[in-house]
Design a protein around this ligand. Structure first.
Ligand SMILES: [Zn+2]
Length: 370
């Protein structure tokens, strides 16, 4: 199987589309939400759980996997799929976001970034070439180019320099990337400056990547501003290639992103909040530790068809969290991922039958009504 993307239906109502992404492992219907498997595991979930819910592609974090266990060990195991026993597709990020947000930065030069590991403080140097070598070693289906992530807010000059360096690094990544079972996506940067986003998209387009991501969003800017960036950036990206909005995955942002033409999303949010006992439900978020659920013998979400909701009560889940039992984190994670899959299915149905606005209004009425 080679890499291919096909748009199968365009919405009559908005910029949204249905598609099929074929990777070296499977076929993925888009739009798609990709759970994040930071360190070679979607936290608290087995691959059997992920298959059961129907996920076909997950994310791996280059920065984390490089630090631990190390790319040599994963290579020896036959790549990230075999190492974690996952038969679906994998996308690895470039580590750019982590290097610029998590690690102690030493120096950023045109050549690359020197930083200290957040685990043991050891000195590490990431260049575009080095990141390509790591991502090829990890062996995901889709690798991401090494980009410079600017914080929000950034002044214009800082944003411009980061965007221009991202373009130059994308060229170097493309040159260094040699893998016949992995494709490389470019990342559009430019913070919230329209001319920078447009320039970034045009420069990357000239390099003819098989897919394009929009990076540097959902980093603290107000959501309407993020949607505005999508409004002017997405139309520049080619119709025939997948468009990936990085780090975004709240239910409302999925609806808003898809109708602006986004095909792929990822976010740690549903799994991270689950481990703190926050559930996403059709009626909004539920903090399961709240005292009001102590005697609540109803399911987490009465409208959810997942195993957790058909087997357990809010009172039981609250008890697990209050008692510090690890099963609580597993069950709420399972439900949250199932819930997002369900939201994406409603979104797809809306695209398919041109009932997007109607379904979206219905969803938000219930979701925000709580
Ligand atoms: Zn459920």
């Amino acid at each position: 199987m080679g890499f291919e993307f096909r748009v199968t239906k365009r919405s009559q109502e908005n910029q949204g589309r249905l598609g099929v992404l074929t990777t070296f492992h499977n076929e993925i219907e888009t739009p798609v939400f990709m759970p994040v498997g930071t360190q070679g595991t979607v936290k608290a979930m087995t691959v059997r759980d992920l298959n059961e819910i129907g996920f076909k592609i997950i994310l791996g974090n280059t920065y984390h996997l490089y630090l631990r266990p190390g790319v040599d060990i994963i290579s020896e195991a036959g790549g990230i799929h075999r190492f974690m026993n996952w038969n679906g597709s994998v996308l690895t990020d470039s580590g750019g976001f982590q290097v610029f947000s998590l690690a102690k930065l030493n120096k950023i030069t045109e050549d690359g970034v020197s930083f200290k590991s957040h685990i043991d403080g050891s000195a590490i140097f990431f260049s575009p070439e080095k990141v390509m070598e790591i991502e090829m070693g990890l062996g995901a289906d889709i690798a991401m180019a090494f980009d410079v992530c600017s914080p929000y807010p950034s002044d214009y000059q800082t944003a411009k320099e980061a965007m221009e360096r991202t373009t130059r690094w994308a060229e170097r990544c493309l040159k260094a990337h040699r893998h016949d079972r992995q494709v490389l996506f470019g990342i559009v940067q430019g913070v919230t400056y329209r001319d920078l986003r447009e320039a970034s998209a045009r420069q990357l387009l000239a390099m003819n990547f098989p897919g394009y991501a929009i990076g540097g969003l959902s980093v603290g800017e107000p959501k309407p501003l993020m949607y505005e960036v999508l409004d002017y950036t997405v139309p520049i990206l080619p119709e025939s290639k997948p468009r990936y909005l990085m780090g975004v995955g709240s239910p409302d942002a999925l609806w808003e992103g898809v109708e602006r033409g986004i095909d792929m999303f990822d976010c740690v949010f549903p799994t991270r909040i689950a481990r703190n006992g926050t559930a996403l439900t059709s009626m909004g978020r539920i903090i399961i530790r709240d005292a009001k659920y102590a005697r609540d013998l109803t399911p987490l979400d009465p409208n959810c068809g997942c195993q957790v909701c058909s087997s357990y009560t809010r009172a039981y889940l609250r008890h697990l969290f209050k008692a510090g039992e690890i099963l609580g984190a597993h069950l709420v994670t399972y439900h949250n991922l199932y819930f997002l899959m369900d939201v994406m299915n409603q979104i797809k149905e809306g695209l398919k039958t041109d009932t997007y606005q109607e379904r979206k209004a219905e969803f938000f009425k219930r979701y925000n009504g709580n």
